[in-house]
Write a protein of this length. Structure first.
Length: 123
């Protein structure tokens, strides 16, 4: 698979993507918010799992690989035990992991439609 240009922006962004791909995250999407005035972060990374267990495993994999590959820990994390939605806040990169139904309900890609949006091919 060809690496998207955005993955080379920061080691942390690459580690986030690796963590999601390791546990077979679905529709991994990078929203580049850097050109949007007053955006809450530089990037949102959004993915989903097909079960509550997978949602938790995706978030745990991201946390593990960001520590290992980029020596980073999230500033904050929420929802890790409910299995419907989890957020890992790395300040400039915010990772949203949803259960499949919750992702369509929150529709983050639509809320930030003016961002540069890139959806990765599934591996």
């Amino acid at each position: 698979m060809k690496s998207p240009a955005s993955l080379h922006e920061t080691p942390l962004l690459g580690a986030v993507i690796n963590g999601l791909q390791e546990v077979k995250g679905k529709q991994i999407t990078i929203l580049d918010l850097r050109q949007i005035p007053h955006a809450v972060a530089g990037w949102f990374v959004v993915a989903h799992g097909t079960s509550r267990t997978q949602v938790e495993a995706l978030a745990e994999s991201v946390e593990k690989l960001t520590a290992k590959e980029a020596d980073e820990k999230p500033w904050g994390k929420q929802g890790l035990r409910n299995g419907e939605w989890a957020i890992l806040d790395y300040c400039d990169i915010v990772v949203h992991v949803f259960h499949e139904e919750a992702r369509s309900r929150y529709a983050l890609e639509e809320l930030w439609g003016d961002a540069n949006i890139e959806t990765l091919e599934e591996v």
